[in-house]
Design a protein around this ligand. Structure first.
Ligand SMILES: C[S@@+](CC[C@H](N)C(=O)[O-])C[C@H]1O[C@@H](n2cnc3c(N)ncnc32)[C@H](O)[C@@H]1O
Length: 251
């Protein structure tokens, strides 16, 4: 068994304990409001009021600023792609990704069992039975090596604590030529807290995200700036993009 598989098994075994611990934390903070992520330690930020959180992820006004149609079009998804949506939440993007990749599998990866259940309950009515849910742990997406062509992560980057380790796992989950798409809150604009925009100090600046991801081995392929409150990056693995030596250069 590879070192990676052993680690994923160990993390899976711990997943039920993590779920239990988070459950305790959730009930201990039952006074929290409006579906806002709680927890001073970003490693275990969770939602106290799940219904309010789901409602906010699905607010009809969201389409105007999150522009999901344009985002998904720019991802160049082909019908048979396998995709992972990390921090899938209500499935707002998951179902759109799964519709574009209708012959592939789209994994809805989340640490929250209630959000997982929500996606499982709605995937057929969305017309996306190709969504497969994955209950992950905070420090690892539990995606097998080389299992997907695209990893998508929206408004979840700042939730991840040891991002070097986390995105190394993401890197390994990508097949050759695979891409990572990151959408997250800009720290240089004012955005309404009512739409879920974190306080400026809780946002990860674009330059920081790029530096962190480059250190893991990613390279920015596209940076789109049409979203009012968020940056949108598409990255590839630098190793896949390095120029191949010309035949005459080879010994
Ligand atoms: C702000 S919501 C974003 C939901 C969705 N991506 C969207 O754009 O509507 C953050 C999501 O990330 C999940 N989450 C938090 N920490 C996580 C982690 N370490 N791994 C995977 N998901 C995580 C939360 O449960 C929540 O569903």
């Amino acid at each position: 068994m590879s070192h990676d598989s052993q680690r994923i098994r160990a993390l899976l075994a711990r997943a039920s304990l993590v779920g239990l611990a988070v459950g305790v934390a959730v009930s201990a903070t039952s006074a929290c409001l409006h579906g806002e992520a709680q927890g001073g330690d970003t490693a275990t930020r969770h939602y106290d009021d799940k219904e309010a959180a789901l409602a906010r992820f699905e607010e009809p006004e969201r389409d105007a600023w999150a522009m999901p149609k344009r985002v998904v079009e720019l991802l160049g998804i082909t019908p048979n792609m396998d995709i992972a949506d990390i921090g899938a939440g209500s499935g707002y993007f998951t179902r759109r990704l799964a519709t574009a990749a209708r012959e592939g599998t789209t994994y809805a990866v989340d640490v929250d069992a209630d959000f997982k259940h929500h996606v499982e309950t709605h995937r057929d009515e969305w017309g996306t039975p190709n969504i497969v849910t994955r209950l992950a742990v905070y420090e690892h997406p539990l995606l097998p090596r080389e299992s997907v062509e695209l990893v998508f992560i929206s408004n979840t980057y700042s939730f991840l604590q040891d991002r070097a380790a986390y995105f190394t796992a993401v890197y390994r989950a990508l097949r050759r030529g695979g891409r990572l798409a990151v959408i997250d809150w800009r720290d240089d604009v004012t955005c309404p807290r009512s739409i879920g925009c974190p306080k400026p100090g809780d946002r990860v600046a674009l330059a920081t995200a790029i530096t962190e991801l480059e250190q893991v081995g990613f390279e920015v392929i596209e940076h789109h700036d049409f979203l009012s409150y968020q940056y949108f990056l598409i990255l590839g693995r630098a190793v896949d993009r390095a120029p191949k030596p010309a035949p005459s250069d080879q010994p």
